[in-house]
Ligand binder design. Structure first.
Ligand SMILES: *Cc1c(COP(=O)(O)O)cnc(C)c1O
Length: 422
C-alpha cells in the first residue's frame, strides 16, 4: 500500500473535512524549493510549507547544525535551568529585532505565542491594579486556532461551536490609506471606554485573509494612539517574520514599534516547531516583583528546546548572509516583473506584493465555478506546483532559494491557467 493509502486508516488531518477530501498526497522527501511525492514526482513548494521553510527544505547548513546539537543536548527543563543554544539565540535574535524589544518568552507554535502575548497584555494591567479585559483586533485577522488566538481572529467561518467561549474582542477595519482617519476614530472611541488591554494585528500582510495588505502609515497611527493610552500593541509576525516582507520583520517598515511581537513558522527554518513572544523592558518590568503572583505563570514542557534553538540560530545566521539577502532581492524583483505581465489581464484583479509575497485575485464569476479552489489546487499539482489558493486568491510565498527557472515555471503555469484553463 502507498503512504497515501495507509494514511487513511488512523490519521485525522488539520483543517480537513475527510468525507469530501479523503486523500492526502504522500511526500517522501524535500530539498530546496522542491517536494517529491512517493512516486518521485516533483513539486515546487510555492508556499514554503506554510511559510516555514523560508531558506529551502533540508538546507545543508541547518541540517549540519541540528545534527551537531542532537548529539550534545537534546532536551532539558527550562524552569530553573538554561543552556548555550537558547542564550546564544537570545543574543542573536535581539540584534535583528526592532530596538525596543528586550525580553524573549518561548513556546511551541504560532498560536501559543499569541496566547502568551494576550496573557502578557492582560496581566500587565492586572499587575498594576487595573482591570482591562477588552482586546482589539482587525476584521479578518488570523492569529491561530487555540481559544485565545481564535477569539482575536476575525476569520470565523468555522468557529461556530466555540464562539460562546471567546474572549471579549472588538474589531476595527484595516487602514487602507483612504480610511485611516475613520479607523483611527473607531479605535479612539473604543479606547475611551477605558477597559482596552491590547491591540493585536498582523503587520502589513494578513496571511489567512488571502494576503490582504494594508497601509503602513495607517497602522502607525493606530499603534501611536494605543501607546499614548497605555494600550499594549501586539504585532503577530508569525507569518511576516524573518525576511518575508523584504526586511527582517514587517514591524521594521514602521516608524513606531510594537510592545510585544509573536514569532514562529520560519523562526526554526522549517525544521522543528518553536515560537517566541518578545516584549519591551517596560512590559517585563510590570511582572518583576517580590510578589510571586506577579510573575508570568505560563509554561510548556518543551520550552526553548535546545535542538529547536540550534535550528533557529542557524536560520538567523543564514537570513543575515549576503547570499540569502541577494536571494530575497532576486525574488522580489522577479515578482515585480511578473506583476507587469499579468496585472492588466482581464481575469486578474488586485495584484499585490510585499517583499517576497505576491498575490492576486481571479476576476471570475465564482458562482459559475463551484469548487474552483479544488480545481485550481488540482491544476497546480498536475503541473508540478504546490500552491494553495485561498478563495479566488492565488499567492506565492516560496523559499528564498527558489531558482530563476523554478520561478519562471510558477509564472508560466499561472499564465497558462489564465489563458487556457479558467
Ligand atoms: C500560522 C499563523 C498563526 C498560528 O500559528 P500555528 O503555528 O499554526 O499555531 C498565528 N498567526 C499568524 C499570523 C499565522 O500566520
Amino acid at each position: 500500500m502507498t503512504i497515501s493509502e495507509r494514511d487513511q486508516k488512523h490519521l485525522w488531518h488539520p483543517l480537513t473535512q475527510h468525507k469530501t477530501h479523503p486523500t492526502a498526497l504522500g511526500i517522501s522527501r524535500a530539498k530546496g524549493a522542491l517536494l517529491f511525492d512517493e512516486n518521485g514526482k516533483e513539486y515546487i513548494d510555492g508556499i514554503a510549507s506554510w511559510y516555514t521553510s523560508a531558506y529551502g527544505h533540508c538546507h545543508d547548513f541547518i541540517v549540519k547544525r541540528v545534527k551537531e546539537q542532537v548529539e550534545i543536548l537534546d532536551q532539558v527543563v527550562f524552569s530553573g535551568l538554561t543552556h548555550e543554544p537558547v542564550v546564544k539565540l537570545s543574543e542573536e535574535l535581539i540584534k535583528i529585532l526592532p530596538e525596543n524589544q528586550n525580553k524573549l518568552f518561548f513556546s511551541d507554535n504560532g498560536s501559543t505565542s499569541v496566547e502568551v502575548a494576550i496573557k502578557m497584555s492582560l496581566q500587565y494591567h492586572f499587575n498594576q491594579g487595573e482591570k482591562k479585559n477588552i482586546l482589539i483586533a482587525f476584521e479578518e485577522g488570523f492569529h491561530g486556532d487555540t481559544f485565545g488566538a481564535m477569539s482575536v481572529s476575525g476569520l470565523s467561518v468555522y468557529n461556530g461551536p466555540f464562539e460562546d467561549f471567546f474572549l471579549a474582542v472588538e474589531r476595527i477595519p484595516v487602514p487602507n490609506g483612504e480610511n485611516n482617519e475613520a479607523v483611527l476614530q473607531q479605535l479612539q472611541a473604543l479606547i475611551s471606554q477605558g477597559n482596552v488591554a491590547s491591540f493585536i494585528f498582523e503587520p502589513l500582510v494578513q496571511g489567512a485573509a488571502a494576503m490582504k495588505m494594508h497601509d503602513a502609515l495607517g497602522l502607525e497611527m493606530l499603534i501611536e494612539e494605543c501607546q499614548k493610552n497605555n494600550v499594549i500593541t501586539i504585532a503577530d509576525e508569525v507569518m511576516t517574520g524573518f525576511g518575508k516582507t523584504g526586511k527582517y520583520f514587517a514591524s521594521q517598515h514602521l516608524e513606531v514599534h510594537p510592545d510585544i511581537m509573536c514569532m514562529s513558522k520560519a523562526l526554526t527554518a522549517g525544521m522543528v516547531p518553536m515560537a517566541i513572544t518578545s516584549c519591551t523592558e517596560a512590559v517585563y518590568q510590570a511582572f518583576y516583583s517580590d510578589d510571586m503572583g506577579k510573575g508570568l505563570f505560563h509554561g510548556h514542557t518543551y520550552t526553548a528546546n535546545p535542538i529547536a534553538c540550534a535550528a533557529a540560530l542557524a536560520g538567523i545566521e543564514l537570513l543575515q548572509s549576503e547570499e540569502m539577502q541577494e536571494n530575497i532581492q532576486r525574488v522580489i524583483n522577479a515578482h515585480k516583473n511578473f506583476d507587469k505581465r499579468i496585472k492588466n489581464h482581464s481575469k486578474v484583479a488586485n495584484t499585490r506584493q510585499c517583499g517576497i509575497i505576491y498575490a492576486f485575485d481571479l476576476d471570475v464569476e465564482m458562482k459559475r465555478y463551484g469548487g474552483l479552489r479544488d480545481r485550481l489546487l488540482n491544476f497546480f499539482l498536475e503541473n508540478g506546483l504546490f500552491l494553495r489558493p485561498l478563495g479566488n486568491t492565488i499567492y506565492i510565498s516560496a523559499p528564498y532559494v527558489i531558482t530563476d527557472e523554478q520561478l519562471q515555471k510558477v509564472y508560466d503555469k499561472i499564465e497558462y491557467l489564465l489563458e487556457e484553463v479558467i
